[in-house]
Design a protein around this ligand. Sequence first.
Ligand code: ADP
Length: 503
Amino acid sequence: MIKKILIANRGEIAVRIIRSCREMGILSVAVYSDADRSAMHVRYADEAYRLGAAPSSESYLNISAILNAAKKAKADAIHPGYGFLSENAEFATKVKAAGLIFIGPSPYSITAMGDKMRARELMKKANVPIVPGSGALSDSEAEIYSMAEEIGYPVMIKASAGGGGKGMRLVHSAKELIASVKLAKSEAITAFGNDAVYLEKYLLEPHHIEFQILADNHGNVVHLYERECSVQRRHQKVVEETPSPFITDTIRQEMALHAISAAKSVNYSGAGTIEFLMDKNHNFYFLEMNTRLQVEHPITERVTGVDLVKAQIKVAMNEPLDLIQEDIQQRGHSIECRIYAEDPGNGFRPSPGLIKQITEPLGLGVRTDGYVYEGYEIPVYYDPLISKLIIWAPTRKEAIDRMKRALFEYKITGIKTNISFVQRIMEAPAFVEGNYNTHFIDEHIDELLQGDQKCEQREDIAMIIAYLDYQNKQHKRMDFHKDASSKSSNWKNFGRLFRHNPY
Ligand code: ADP
């Protein structure tokens, strides 16, 4: 039995996990860095322990501090969330060695899938299609040339230990190949401490479609259908939806079988995600497996009705899955928009700072998984994700309309956000038609940024109006005794000017 769980994470995912613990009657333990003393997860958990200074290396990546906190709190288990130590086999091993339950797969599964080249080898053996590519690159330039020639340009150089959209380089022709391999190797060693790189065919107009799976320790594996994650910026997801508007039922079934084989091939246990890339002709290939909860898991929860965190906890308690494949259905349509503290009009620069005011959307079919509140100061040290807005509706069209309505209601002041940027994604004809691939944002960037630039212009106009108003008032003050019954203020007029769109 698990009675108390320490959540080795922060932000929205820590709050999300604590919510499920509370519903299950399990006590929750938060951990925090100095920058997170007043964070929502600390306020919401039953207990909280300090880990260390603000940088992640001293706090959320500090294995011994986390294990000490778990010991002090007498926790039975640790949930790693996503990011930080969630895919770190050494952490999972040490958690077990400390006599605690790691809520996630075994260190073996994490290691097997953690290295991209090793995972490709394993998938090949399990007959899961992989993106055409090479094994580890040798030092022989001639060999590298001939491998790239065989795969066919363009090729992608990938770091075997890469992740988070980092460690990838696109090569269009033989001319750039060797220089790019050298650069990729040196970047890989700096970023991941491992310089192994390999080549992959660069798929044209690809879709990123992933499958959620759940496995227990008794040999049962089910899938919970797909998530279409092709709305990406710099290889990072921004909007996700399920079902995918791009695939048919037959393809869905075929992909699901491969996802289950992939999970079984590494004796997987818990919640995991098999990512596939699909070309425009619906050929699909294994990309990688994420051995943890995904950021975008709520859209799967919304269409299947399964609480994935509760399912993870039950598997960790050695319970058999209480679902069979036939019972899991995709009902209706769900979309998630990631809301970031960033400034799209200024190169998407992170925009940490004080939240002056926040109004979150409510109403039918709306879920927000967030963690910021009025008066909270977003620290500079971590990912700028503020919340995830998750919509459900019976059809895709209604889900898009509902998402637009919810985004209209979403108001955050004090910092810049990407709310209007994702609003414009919802309005873009290619998205509305479901006719988009991973290049969607790049191809429509001008149209998607237009409003943000307009917004900036509007701020300029607002400043000019404010200055004129100030000047005007100065004059009025001087003229006060002459005309005490002055007309309505310019501020009122200014407000009326923008009344058609108060957001
Ligand atoms: P990471 O582990 O860093 O997230 P992935 O291998 O999962 O990297 O790839 C992230 C994204 O990069 C994919 O969703 C896709 O948009 C793009 N990508 C990766 N590999 C390829 C490829 N071979 N061809 C085309 N796009 C690719």
